[in-house]
Design a protein. Structure first.
Length: 614
């Protein structure tokens, strides 16, 4: 079965959405005109009545016009909601088009909050930040979804776990309409960039709890006082002044008492209500997204299990519970409405009733919320992998197995380089204890190849498709030493900073990890003699402990590693082409050691007088 062309599919979908948007805009204009006319007609009837009496027919016409005006207002509200939904879908599809084109630098979701300093590879491989892998891969619209995907990109999964993620991603990739609905529901939750920890802290009793033994009995007393206050007030109004006399004011006594209760409970209620009713926190906002998951059947084991976790015995456990929470939170949010809040809270102890309802909800469902949020985050992360697969049908799902380290790829490229400029190569690092020594001139592609290997390994170990025709590898830990930064503030030289990175790679191997290492311009912060001795020692040490990897260097003396390692290190290279006084690169990987160098040619091309050797 031929995979659908996502470019054409997005273009067609965008055309449909824009046509719908234009139609809704026309209907909105017509509605606005009709509302204006009916409003003027109602005003005309009112003005005419002020001038003099009106016949019954005019009153009837005025009443019908008023009803029509209200109906048009309601219809306009529905129309505005529909237009906002279409606008959101257009933005989501346009973002998909940009991901396909590689135009991701302007995306707001850069994932920088997930960056871990001194991580094994995050900084070297552009996993987070501007123009990063996270921006290209993430279709998550909620904080939990972003966090789950970031965790998958930050640490390798086991081979069985990867296989389950791939199965789910493959299935979801065949459901583009469903992926769109997931994205819309996630976006309307407005929780991107916000973690669910405040909700989890509250649900699990670490924040905002009515502390026994004093608070709950007082709250119950307050509830009884409200019933008494309202009851006496109503009775006083019904029976009348003549019968009750001054007793008609008896309701003020329980009112004073309940105000006292409110004052005593304020300290206990404020933490729970300020957290739960905060407009910045994602309480109860996941209902639509969870309903979408509960309502879909999945054949893949992983997604089916996640759906079952959310749906529970009733088929909608999580969504019903969170909808109940959402309703309580909507009542609690009255505290943001000024005078109305003061009136309701004084007369009805609004905060007390909300706090009791929240405490009761937490006692019943609080222990399950973490599992629900984790399942939701995983569904969104899987949807990101699926969207990535759908938008890049030429990317392959890799074969990842357990065992000794191994990496073999055909047509491997860098996914962050747009397809029109991307040059792909076949790469084989061999089995355990084997590596590539990459030599070549400046700008010829050495570092890009290392990053291509690393980024695709990260994708494979996260369960995602890779930028390759095919890829086979064993589950391993990626370790890099590429972008070394010295620090004037800490007094750390470039060379010493690189030694720190190399030590981390060596420590991982010594600790028994199965390592895929990538070392760019290894030890170039020291002189050539010490570089050769040190670099050879590091590589031989890593290979002796079963690691695999690739090393790049300008130092052709390191090419001796192929002979000294008895073939476990294999020389490959990139080279430049000079034609008509211009230097070009084909970025194609070739066997053996590079035989040309371009530093002097580059100097001459920019006007520096230097003699070129024969």
């Amino acid at each position: 079965m031929t995979a659908p062309d996502p470019v054409k599919a997005y273009e067609a979908r965008l055309a449909d959405l824009r046509a719908t948007a234009r139609s809704l805009d026309r209907r909105s204009g017509t509605n606005s005109t009709a509302r204006g006319l009916t409003f003027l007609a109602v005003i005309g009837v009112i003005v005419a009545r002020l001038i003099g009496p009106l016949p019954p027919l005019v009153w009837a016409i005025g009443a019908i016009t008023a009803v029509a005006f209200v109906a048009l207002v309601v219809f306009h509200a529905v129309l505005v909601t529909r237009m906002a939904d279409i606008d959101l879908r257009i933005r989501l599809i346009e973002r998909g088009q940009k991901r396909i084109a590689g135009d991701i630098a302007g995306f707001p979701e850069r994932g920088e909050r997930f960056f871990v300093p001194d991580h094994a590879y995050l900084g070297d491989l552009d996993i987070f930040g501007s123009s990063s892998l996270f921006q290209l891969l993430s279709a998550a619209e909620t904080g939990p979804g972003e966090r789950t995907l970031a965790a998958w990109l930050s640490a390798p999964a086991s081979a069985p776990e990867i296989a389950e993620r791939q199965e789910s991603a493959r299935e979801l990739a065949t459901l583009p309409a469903y992926l769109e609905e997931l994205a819309v529901d996630g976006a309307t939750s407005r929780t991107r960039g916000r973690d669910a920890e405040p909700l989890l802290d509250w649900a699990e009793g670490r924040a905002g709890k009515l502390s026994p033994p004093l608070s709950m009995p007082l709250a119950r007393v307050g509830q009884a006082l409200v019933v008494l206050t309202v009851g006496l007030l109503v009775v006083g109004q019904i029976v009348g002044v003549e019968t009750l006399g001054r007793l008609r004011h008896l309701w003020l006594v329980p009112l004073m008492l309940q105000i006292g209760v409110l004052g005593l409970l304020r300290g206990a209620m404020t933490p729970i209500l300020s957290v739960v009713a905060s407009p910045e926190e994602p309480f109860g906002r996941y209902v639509a997204l969870i309903r979408r998951v509960e309502g879909q059947s999945f054949s893949a084991a992983r997604t089916a299990a996640l759906r079952k976790m959310l749906a529970g015995a009733s088929g909608a456990d999580a969504s019903r519970a969170l909808y109940a929470l959402q309703r309580i939170v909507s009542f609690a949010e009255l505290r943001h409405n000024g005078m109305a809040y003061i009136l309701f809270n004084t007369l009805l102890l609004w905060d007390v009733f909300c706090a009791i309802a929240l405490d009761r909800w937490r006692a019943r469902f609080g222990r399950e919320v973490r599992a629900w949020i984790a399942a939701l985050g995983e569904i969104e992360a899987l949807a990101s992998l699926a969207t990535f697969s759908y938008e890049h049908p030429d990317f392959a799902f890799p074969e990842v197995t357990n065992g000794e380290p191994m990496f073999e790829a055909g047509g491997l490229g860098h996914p962050l380089i747009p397809a029109k400029r991307r040059v792909c190569n076949d790469v084989s690092l061999g089995g355990a204890g084997h590596a590539l020594m990459i030599t070549g001139s400046n700008m010829s592609g050495k570092s890009t190849l290392l990053r291509s290997i690393g980024v695709n390994a990260v994708l494979a170990l996260a369960g995602a498709p890779v930028c390759a025709e095919n890829l086979r590898m064993r589950a391993a830990t990626v370790r890099t030493s590429m972008r070394i930064k010295d620090s004037l503030e800490e007094g750390v030289s470039h060379f010493y900073a690189e030694l720190g990175r190399l030590k981390a790679v060596v420590d991982a191997v010594n600790g028994g990890d199965k390592v895929l290492f990538l070392l760019d311009e290894v030890l170039h912060g020291t002189n050539s003699r010490e570089r050769r001795i040190g670099a050879k020692a590091v590589v031989i040490h890593l290979l002796a402990r079963g690691a695999i990897g690739a090393v790049s260097s300008h130092d052709l003396g390191l090419a001796d590693l192929e002979k000294e390692s008895e073939g476990r290190v294999r020389n490959v290279h990139f080279e430049e082409l000079v034609e008509g006084g211009k230097m070009t690169f084909d970025y194609k990987l070739k066997p053996g050691v590079v035989t040309t160098a371009n530093a002097l040619r580059l100097m001459k091309l920019i006007g520096i007088a230097v003699e070129l050797p024969d």
